[in-house]
Design a protein around this ligand. Structure first.
Ligand code: KG4
Ligand code: ZN
Length: 332
């Protein structure tokens, strides 16, 4: 089964053709990041406009690279939630139009479920059940993936997401958007023990990053006011360690308590080099399996949408022409 999938939840207009949930036939991502850099973050109205301009060309290019027309496609899939509402609406309406004009079924895909599915494209043997840490710009969840379309959130951030925290810390240090990537690079040349940050204290498997974010911002501003020059690499390394420690502590604790021996990372922050190292280290120590997406599939893309869509289709999740976008929606 070949699915044409569309993603427009944030600042990438993307599409792909995916076969049986596991094989990328073609994948095209048009990023708007250079324009949003001018403003230090994603400007929703600009994102919507750029999606409108790009979507037709991205889909044409995706089909051309797959050497297919709509006769070779079996279904249309689209990210419909969660995300920037104006951005999501562009993809959803385009997908509805394609579904109506071709008569192909329309498959609605949850954005975070698709981030998890990025792993199915890279790891052909990976199957649920597993425990997944979903960390993106807007979300930080620990999720029990009991089946391809059955999930239970057992822990989540009470305030800011991990990606957002990295981005804010990076911006305070004068790094460009999306700061998480630049902070990770700077951290590679820094001393992770140079600065101590408070350990977030939250019950159960929940997470919290607002205290850490405030601590790093205050530290940088205080130093600025006193004319002290902090080593950006050291601040980045110490801050990255604090965020990753907090994520890994709860992820490993949850796996131990619930008996999971297969751990998976998903979302934009799964590109973080320390997080990847740490999950490998903790799992190897315990003889557990671990998976994370290749860097090319960590950020938003259409391929992951087509992968999850296949499993949504198999479970009977088909949308009508009344499909609407939603800015927020649980992954469950
Ligand atoms: O999943 P994603 O592409 O978009 C959302 O669905 O939010 O995640 C984007 C987030 C941004 O906050 C970005 O800074 C972060 O992922 N990110 C990273 C790294 N690469 C991307 N954070 C830390 N280290 C990285 N290497
Ligand atoms: Zn995302």
């Amino acid at each position: 089964m070949k699915i044409l999938s569309i993603e427009s939840s944030c600042d990438e207009t993307a599409a792909a053709v995916i076969e049986n949930g596991r094989k990328i036939i073609s994948s095209v991502v048009a990023t708007q990041v250079e324009e949003h850099k001018l403003y230090g973050g994603v400007v929703p109205e600009i994102a919507s406009r750029r999606h409108c301009e790009a979507i037709n060309g991205v889909i044409k290019e995706t089909l051309a690279q797959a050497d297919l027309d709509f006769n070779g496609i079996d279904a249309i899939a689209v990210t419909y939630a969660p995300g920037l509402i104006g951005a999501l609406l562009v993809g959803v309406n385009f997908a509805k139009g394609l579904s109506m004009s071709t008569g192909l079924p329309l498959i609605p895909v949850h954005h975070l479920r698709s981030h998890i599915a990025a792993n199915y494209l890279a790891h052909q043997d990976l199957k649920p059940p597993f425990l997944c840490l979903v960390v993106s710009g807007g979300h930080s969840h620990i999720v029990e993936v009991t089946d391809y379309t059955k999930m239970k959130v057992i822990g989540k951030t009470r305030d800011d997401a991990a990606g957002e925290t990295f981005d804010k810390a990076a911006r305070t240090m004068g790094m460009s958007y999306p700061g998480g990537i630049y902070l990770d690079k700077a951290a590679q040349n820094g001393d992770e023990n140079a600065f101590k940050f408070p350990k977030p204290k939250v019950d159960g498997y929940d997470l919290s990053f607002s205290g850490l974010k405030t601590a790093v911002i205050n530290m940088i501003h205080n130093a600025d006011q006193k004319g002290i020059k902090l080593d950006v690499n050291d601040v980045s390394a110490s801050f990255r360690k604090a965020v990753v420690d907090s994520l890994m502590d709860n992820f490993v604790k949850a796996a131990e308590n619930l008996g999971y021996t297969k751990l998976v990372l998903a979302g934009g922050v799964s590109a973080n080099s320390l997080l990847r190292e740490r999950v490998a280290e903790e799992c190897e120590k315990r003889g557990w399996e671990y998976f994370y997406p290749p860097l090319s599939l960590c950020g938003d893309n259409g391929a992951m949408v087509g992968s999850q869509a296949y499993y949504e289709y198999l479970s009977g999740n088909i949308a009508g022409t009344d499909l609407n976008a939603r800015a927020t929606m649980s992954i469950e």
